[in-house]
Design a protein around this ligand. Sequence first.
Ligand SMILES: Cc1cc2nc3c(=O)[nH]c(=O)nc-3n(C[C@H](O)[C@H](O)[C@H](O)COP(=O)(O)O)c2cc1C
Length: 328
Amino acid sequence: MKERFKSAIKGNSFIVWLRIIYEKIGESFSLTLYNGSTNQTKDIYKKQAELQIRIHALEKGMSIGRVRVGFGKEKAFSLIEDLADLLKKGGSKQFVVESVSVLQKYIEFNENMGAAMADIEIALNKLCSCYNIKSNDVGGIYNLSLKDVSSKTQCPFDSFSQSRFSIRDFGDSPLDIDKVYAALKLCERTPSACNRQSWVIHVYTENKLVEKMFKLQGGSKGFYEQMQCAILICGDLRNYDFYEQNLPFVDGGLYAMNLLYSLHYNGLATIPLTMGHKWRVIKKIKQEMNIPGNEIPVLLIGVGTYKDDFKVAVSHRYSYKQYVKFNQ
Ligand SMILES: Cc1cc2nc3c(=O)[nH]c(=O)nc-3n(C[C@H](O)[C@H](O)[C@H](O)COP(=O)(O)O)c2cc1C
């Protein structure tokens, strides 16, 4: 009798709602303290993280196939100002050196396309001379070819994994859907918490749906028209307890990385696209795309074919020694 009462209470929606609220309130304290939205002016780490996103936006711009000549000038000016401010506040010089390198590549890139960039160049040179900054040739774009990529997709993991890039410069040869099926087949082996395999994968190949999905996601302006398939990875909330609300993102994230590699292995060009939106935006996306309420979007993957010659953003990586802590 006591056990039956206990399990009735445990499964009661109102009780579970209260427990979720309690968990979320608990989490919200450290989230408020530590997330990137608060205290950016005083917390140099957070400021740097915000600048990193803006610097990468310029790099992304350069890797878009049909980019506008002279794009992003206002963004570049405000970045130069904010980098100077970061140094004044004691921010990392190494970070500024790397950011300046991306800005220099950005100037060169636009000049080569015929844009007038002298004003930005003057502002950047001023920053460099004020703080004795020498750029280090990091960042910008790589020019790659389908031949390069194809020679590496079936290689051992060390070469294979280093040859995957996010593509924003797609080809127009038709996408072979059998390659998508083959990639999905490979991903059946993705690990998940307690082997729950809670993902639901929505594959869109019809033009109207593909376009609608990318427009709703919003992070592929300038190149969504060139992608032929959208794959939305969702987690099914029914598989998770009230204290496991982040686990669908872990399981779905593992699936997503596996799928990116599997699509790459099958010779398809891909890009991961964030589903980290406000709750109301996610709600709208789910409504418009007929995603049932029990599913939570984790990541969107844009898929297309390669051009013979294309460009990608370098997206410079930190050495693992900067963030791996052994026995500390
Ligand atoms: C979770 C996630 C969300 C992303 N969202 C976007 C996006 O909305 N738009 C975009 O152009 N790139 C997006 N990217 C691509 C990243 O910019 C890219 O993965 C990163 O710069 C590393 O470059 P690489 O994928 O070429 O190695 C996303 C990547 C991840 C992992």
